[in-house]
Design a binder for this molecule. Structure first.
Ligand SMILES: *Cc1c(COP(=O)(O)O)cnc(C)c1O
Ligand SMILES: [Zn+2]
Length: 403
């Protein structure tokens, strides 16, 4: 039905997506990508599912020439098939910024910030939610629900408004007011929960099941991962197809970490990059460091760890659903994991603001402290290029920062 009686500019136009199916990265089962899916249906597996693409005919890097500076420039490796279903607010293609005044603290390491704070709704959640809402629209969904620590709720509210679908958001009561206000302003239904994100997840799941709503909880549906993986494509493209030696990532549910690794796999299959891979570092909040404990203990999965409030609300995920996949990436990449206390995040946030002109989220600020520690321990080696992935804007967190 290509271009037949198109009544809008994009009706009937195809994106050229190479998606073929969904695959379980744990047990290998295949699923159709033409209907709504959540996780692997094998009751003994229940893993997150990965979208797979047909790369047998290759894909030239030249397709990117002249494309829009959003994540949709990589539309062949995104899941949406019809252009008319792409719901976009201009997410992606965020800058990579070198250190300026703080350069002396990096010594002979080149430190780069990939700064996601300029995304719609102020965080990289725009990428994942943008992809998931677009695909949900394509599959005919009318109500989307998510549990959130803050930023995913705002992003879902905005993208649902843009797509013309209903959004229901479950958020801990202790989340700063701005995250709640934006949900209301974008017209979402907000449910404040007396508990943490796991409690929100349980309630969202109950209501989704009872009402037939589609749930986009982290890594319990396949497409947020696809949006977040575009950070990996961008990092490669912006660094001229040469990946950094080390990437530090503030890990909550782990979508970004797993997404980056998936992007590197795909680009290597496409011949867009060689086999040099970054060592991946998961940085957590000291009060919620289940991945760090599991990594250090040599475990394959993490325990439930929740020490209560942290200013980095995006990192308050007591037990990530995809803990096994996160730990696998850390080990495959020869990476590591460490946690940072709130007080140091605050200090780092202010140091970066004062010296670099960037008001980053506490989640991102944790990376600066983590970099200093890993350098002091010589885990980061001389001359290595290090990329810090700042996931959000500090503006939404100011009520918890002592300025
Ligand atoms: C959600 C969030 C994170 C954690 O992202 P995951 O993909 O869940 O690991 C980190 N930083 C910010 C600002 C967030 O909103
Ligand atoms: Zn499976």
């Amino acid at each position: 039905m290509l271009n037949s009686g198109a009544d809008t500019m994009t009706a009937g136009v195809l994106t050229g997506s190479l998606i073929t199916h969904l695959e379980c990265p744990n047990c290998g089962r295949h699923y159709s990508a033409d209907v709504i899916r959540t996780v692997c249906e094998d009751a003994s597996c229940l893993s997150s599912l990965f979208a797979r693409y047909d790369f047998t005919n290759g894909l030239s890097i030249d397709i990117l020439k002249g494309r829009t500076a959003t994540m949709w420039r990589y539309k062949e490796v995104l899941p949406v098939i019809h252009e008319e279903n792409v719901v976009t607010l201009g997410e992606g293609f965020t800058p990579i910024l070198p250190l300026t005044k703080l350069k002396h603290l990096a010594g002979d390491n080149e430190v780069l910030w990939k700064d996601e704070s300029g995304n719609p709704t102020g965080s990289f959640k725009a990428r994942g939610i943008g992809a998931a809402v677009s695909k949900a629209k394509e599959l005919g969904i009318d109500t989307i629900v998510t549990p959130t620590a803050g930023n995913a709720g705002g992003a879902l509210a905005a993208y649902a408004a843009r797509a013309g679908v209903k959004a229901v958001v479950y958020m801990p009561k202790l989340t700063p007011k701005v995250f709640k206000d934006e949900c209301h302003l974008y017209g979402a239904q907000l449910v404040e929960v007396d508990g943490n994100i796991s409690d929100c997840g349980r309630l969202a799941n109950e209501q989704a099941t009872a009402n037939g709503w589609f749930q986009v909880s982290t890594l319990k549906e396949p497409y947020r991962l696809e949006g977040k993986k575009t950070m990996g494509y961008e990092i490669a493209e912006q660094l001229n197809w040469q990946l950094p030696d080390v990437i530090l990532y503030p890990t909550g549910g782990g979508t970004g970490l797993i997404g980056l690794w998936k992007a590197f796999d795909e680009m290597q299959q496409l011949g867009w990059i060689g086999n040099h891979r970054p060592r991946m570092v998961a940085v957590q909040s000291e009060s919620c460091n289940g991945i760090v404990q599991a990594f250090n203990g040599g475990e394959l999965s993490s325990q439930f760890v929740d020490g209560g409030f942290t200013i980095a609300n995006g990192l308050r995920v007591p037990k990530p659903y995809a803990d096994k996949l996160i730990l696998k990436v850390l080990r495959e990449s020869n990476g590591t994991a460490l946690s940072i206390p709130d007080a140091m995040m605050s200090e780092a946030l202010k140091e970066i603001a004062r010296n670099e002109g960037m008001l980053i989220a506490p989640e991102g600020a944790a990376l600066w402290q983590a970099f200093k520690q890993l350098k002091a321990e010589q885990w980061i080696k001389p001359q290595e290029q290090v990329l810090l992935l700042n996931t959000g804007s500090g503006y939404k967190y100011l009520e918890n920062i002592d300025v």
